[in-house]
Design a protein. Structure first.
Length: 237
């Protein structure tokens, strides 16, 4: 099993090997900070038990978490208002939010185009959407796509390797998980791509010091476009 604290130890080693490298979580936090103000109205879509808005929700005008999984909402750590809802039918007025976060959500969407159209509707003009999701081009994600054919495989492997509870292992579709897909989806929704970044992180395969060295070597020979995470910022004109 690879607990988060152990993974973070390997990330510190990776920073020493690659000066300037940052994990996706750090880059995400920087992007969010740039878009927040005391007047900001923020929707954390797919908030689950919590996330980056745990750090900020008391410092903005309005912050709401939304998720379809009621058990996760009951255990939400942030303390901000939450609502149980599907992402393609949001119970908010048009233009209600200046910023929408969708972290570790896009990979679970059966119809990302419909969800993105709904997100655009609740965004105010000039509002932003920040997305963090896996990159389907990465070999680890290619393997994970086997869960389409054998859903039970993912439910067994993820808890065994990463210590995640079975209740937190949801079906994946990977229909919004490449650069080309985001270009098409954003255009269809009437949104503009403001920023797009592929982030590598070989520590996902670092189950020990030897595997860490192998994972770093393997990551070095991968095309840059195959990095394990995608960070996307969209703007409503």
């Amino acid at each position: 099993m690879l607990p988060l604290d152990r993974q973070n130890q390997f990330r510190q080693r990776l920073k020493a090997l690659r000066p300037g490298w940052r994990p996706s979580g750090e880059i995400l936090e920087g992007w969010v900070r740039e878009r927040l103000s005391p007047q900001a109205r923020v929707l954390d879509l797919g908030c689950g038990r919590g996330g980056v808005m745990e750090l900020f929700w008391t410092s903005v005008q309005c912050s709401v978490g939304a998720d379809a999984d009621l058990s996760s909402l009951r255990e939400n750590r942030a303390g901000m208002p939450t609502v149980a809802t599907l992402a393609d039918d949001l119970p908010f007025l048009d233009g209600s939010f200046d910023l929408v976060l969708a972290l570790w959500l896009a990979e679970h969407l059966a119809d990302p185009a419909r969800v993105l159209a709904e997100v655009r509707r609740v965004l105010a003009p000039g509002g932003r959407v920040i997305v963090l999701t896996p990159n389907r081009l990465h070999p680890l994600l290619r393997f994970n796509q086997l869960s389409r054919a054998w859903p039970d495989l993912q439910r067994r492997l993820v808890p065994a390797l990463y210590g995640r509870a079975d209740a937190d292992t949801f079906r994946v579709y990977y229909r919004a998980n490449t650069a080309d897909e985001w270009r098409g989806l954003s255009a269809r929704a009437g949104l503009r791509i403001a920023r797009f970044q592929v982030v590598s992180d070989p520590t996902y395969l670092a189950f020990g010091p030897a595997l860490f060295r192998i994972a770093v070597w393997f990551d070095d020979i991968l095309p840059q476009a195959w990095g394990v995470h995608l960070l996307v910022e969209l703007e409503r004109p």
